[in-house]
Ligand binder design. Structure first.
Ligand code: ADP
Length: 364
């Protein structure tokens, strides 16, 4: 308690314990108080002057820093109220002081652990991206190697030279395309890490299928799979990050073909489809699907399908599907799968239609 001049008239044992001074060292003292840190004296004097001029202190109290007798500082919450006598006159001020060091410490620990968590999450993302990069680059590199080997074989055969030169030209063009594709994968994944808005462009679904077709065909021939494409007529353009979506199609097609790579699977068919999906007033969607007649997905596998690094393949990385889902969801779309009877699996995902077209459609 303080009188109207700010002099201490009473201190309780709890306060004495908190600041480490005896009651005698405090009672009767005026500013600067012994528990004020010297560096704060000016500020606290000003605060006291404002208070003594009759300004009402904030009801919720205010935070400050006090100093123990041993010189250590600690944070406090001070709640003050006028001290009123039985005659109804103000005789001074009454202050309740709460040591909030523990509260502060907990806040600090929680903030630090929050920061650590975020740092860990960022690291995990970087690690995941690094793995993704090697995963996604394997494809164009494998294609480049196989076109290069094919060309070497062709050149070793001196007969049928004009035909050979045409084939070698084609293979070199494909190599250039794949090298370009690898470059775009790196840029795209790089953007992904930085969470920059991806380059979205309006593309006809056919263009996406055409872009992945050579690579899909390459693997299809190796695994003796027949690939069919079905695209609904007059589909609107979709808004997408071309390279990332091509990667999704490639991953799904590759998974489908690998699922059919079983001795008992003789009629190996992979169907790539694009059609209109259920749309609402805000947004129209195109649904892409990849259907295989492979081994299917058991419940045990299904529950971990999208977990990064989950794979049932000896050479698998288990990143394909988690990447697919992230990419599709970053486009606002949805990726799902369904086990087919008697066998096979279909993966479907949606991509948003270019807005202007969607509005046209609604108007029509
Ligand atoms: P990876 O292909 O490297 O194993 P993915 O994330 O692409 O990684 O797939 C994870 C697992 O999901 C595969 O190992 C496989 O067991 C299963 N899977 C994915 N697609 C299919 C499919 N079309 N049919 C059957 N199983 C599939």
């Amino acid at each position: 308690a303080r009188d109207l001049e700010g002099r201490i008239t009473y201190v309780n044992p709890a306060f004495c314990q908190m600041v480490g001074f005896e009651p005698e060292a405090l009672t009767g003292r005026n500013a600067p108080m012994p528990y004020w840190p010297p560096e704060m004296v000016d500020e606290y004097k000003q605060r006291q002057a404002i208070r003594l001029a009759g300004n009402v202190p904030p009801r919720e109290g205010f935070e400050s820093v006090f100093m123990r007798q041993d010189g250590t500082r600690f944070p406090v919450l001070i709640i003050e109220a006028p001290l009123i006598s039985v005659q109804g006159e103000q005789t001074g001020w009454m202050g309740a002081v709460i040591d909030i060091s523990e509260q502060r410490r907990i806040e600090e620990v929680s903030r630090a652990s929050q920061e650590r968590l975020q740092a860990t999450a960022r690291l995990a993302t970087v690690g995941e991206m690094a793995s993704l990069l090697s995963h996604e680059l394997n494809q164009p590199l494998a294609a480049i190697a196989s076109y290069a080997n094919g060309s070497l074989n062709l050149l070793q055969n001196p007969s049928a030279v004009p035909q050979t030169m045409d084939d070698v030209h084609m293979a070199l063009r494909r190599i250039a395309e794949q090298a370009d594709r690898a470059g775009r994968v790196i840029n795209s994944v790089h953007d992904f890490v930085r969470r920059r808005d991806q380059d979205r462009e309006a593309l006809p679904p056919q263009a996406l299928f055409d872009a992945v077709s050579p690579l899909v065909q390459l693997q299809a021939r190796k695994l003796r799979v027949t690939v069919r494409t079905q695209i609904d007529p007059q589909l609107p353009d979709v808004m997408c990050d071309r390279t990332m979506v091509e990667q999704v199609l490639l991953n799904l097609a590759r998974n489908g073909m690998q699922a059919m790579d079983q001795p008992d699977c003789t009629d190996r068919r992979l169907i790539l489809k694009a059609r209109r999906a259920a749309s609402n007033a805000e947004q129209a969607w195109v649904e892409f699907s990849v259907t295989d007649v492979g081994e299917g997905i058991t419940d045990a596998v299904a529950s971990q399908l999208f977990t990064p690094f989950f794979t049932t393949k000896s050479e698998g990385m288990g990143l394909g599907l988690s990447l697919c889902r992230t990419v599709v969801e970053q486009h606002g779309g949805h990726l799902e799968f369904e086990t087919l009877m008697p066998k096979g699996t279909v993966f479907r995902f949606t991509l948003p239609v270019k807005p202007a077209l969607a509005l046209d459609k609604i108007a029509a």
